[in-house]
Design a protein around this ligand. Structure first.
Ligand code: HPA
Ligand code: ZN
Length: 339
């Protein structure tokens, strides 16, 4: 069986994609011109050539600098619509999208501008593209817990637009425990919880322990190092915690696609799924992640289908909707195997 077309048409969900990490160079240039922002690069090709990250901080520098072109609501609308159009072409039927409000309010762009632009695109994408989405507000862990709490309060009038909260940015010296009060408050507001545990960070096992035992997250972003602790693997399995792994992102940040680790997660009965993280910067959307993984790891069809199933199972959709997507996925697999 030819796996590339099978993977390309496979219905799937994406649970770990930062909307700001989908900003393509061409759109950057268009928005820079509209908003009178000057860019260092002269062409989109030159911009891509400067993507020379090799670890998390060197990526984050370029990622935050790129956001300077996003100014008004229509910019956030265009950014989101652009990604969701791409998602539709990759047979991504459901997305839980991260956004980083502090990276915008710190530049003088209001929380309402950001969320209203993204939300309008979500409505249009549901109607025009049949791509369903939910939104996850991410706090920047290298900013203070007070700032995170202020942004959670800004989100209060928009709770109907947000399904959960997350934690991203530079993990070094910024443990999950720093944000325990903010996450407790978010939980009390009815929000789901996830946190990044980036790969090979200092104190990674203690961070993973904190997110599971102390914060009580509903999912873990990345979390690949969990394999180093049998006790943590047992906990994650008992709690049926999804792990949103991002192979091509890992290749940039820790120089490995982590295909062997993803296989091990499946063998250990954990619930990994595949994601793109920041697809414009890493030059790979979700299908390219699946294909790169398959090429390196020689996954079986069954394993690949399990990874796609996990993307729905680990989502925060109501059970009936999960089951409906899983049934569509099963139909697709059965029909494909008959050909
Ligand atoms: N890790 C931490 N912060 C991020 C990431 C990531 O993978 N992507 C965007 N911000
Ligand atoms: Zn991420």
């Amino acid at each position: 069986m030819e796996l590339r077309p099978f993977l390309e048409k496979l219905p799937k969900a994406e649970l770990h994609v930062h909307i700001e990490g989908t900003l393509e160079p061409e759109l950057s240039f268009a928005l820079a011109q509209k908003n009178n922002v000057s860019l260092q690069a002269k062409t989109p090709q030159e911009m891509i050539a400067a993507y020379n990250f090799h670890d998390l901080p060197s990526f984050l520098d370029i990622y935050y600098a790129g956001m300077s072109v996003l100014k008004d609501e229509s910019d956030f609308y265009q950014l989101t619509m652009h990604y969701l159009r791409k998602a539709a072409t990759q047979n991504i039927v459901y997305v839980e999208l991260f956004f980083d409000p502090q990276a915008h309010t710190s530049r003088g762009v209001s929380f309402d501008t950001v969320i209203n632009g993204i939300h309008r695109a979500r409505s249009d994408a549901a109607a025009e593209l049949s791509v369903q989405t939910n939104l996850i507000l991410c706090f920047l862990r290298d900013m203070s817990a007070e700032s995170a709490m202020e942004h959670l309060m800004m989100a209060q009038p928009h709770l109907d637009k947000i399904i959960g909260v997350g934690l991203d940015s530079d993990e070094k010296n910024n443990p999950p425990a720093k944000f325990s009060a903010v996450f407790e408050k978010a939980r009390s507001m009815g929000l789901k919880l996830t946190m990044h545990c980036d790969v090979n960070q200092d104190n990674t096992l203690e961070h993973i322990r904190q997110v599971i035992e102390d914060i009580g997250v509903d999912r873990i972003d990345h979390g690949v190092n969990i394999l180093e602790s049998e006790a943590l693997c047992n906990l994650a399995r008992e709690k049926k915690l999804g792990l949103t792994v991002c192979p091509v992102s890992n290749r940039f940040v820790v120089q490995s696609l982590t295909s062997a680790e993803i296989k091990k997660m499946l063998q250990y009965g954990l619930m990994p799924c595949i994601n793109s993280d920041d697809p414009s910067y890493f030059r790979a959307y979700l299908n390219e992640n699946f294909i790169a993984l398959q090429e390196e790891g020689d996954f079986t069809v069954k394993e690949l289908v399990t990874l796609a199933e996990n993307s729905f199972k680990a989502s925060w959709l109501p059970d009936a909707q999960k089951q409906a997507y899983l049934a569509d996925l099963q139909d697709y697999v059965s029909e494909y195997q008959e050909i």
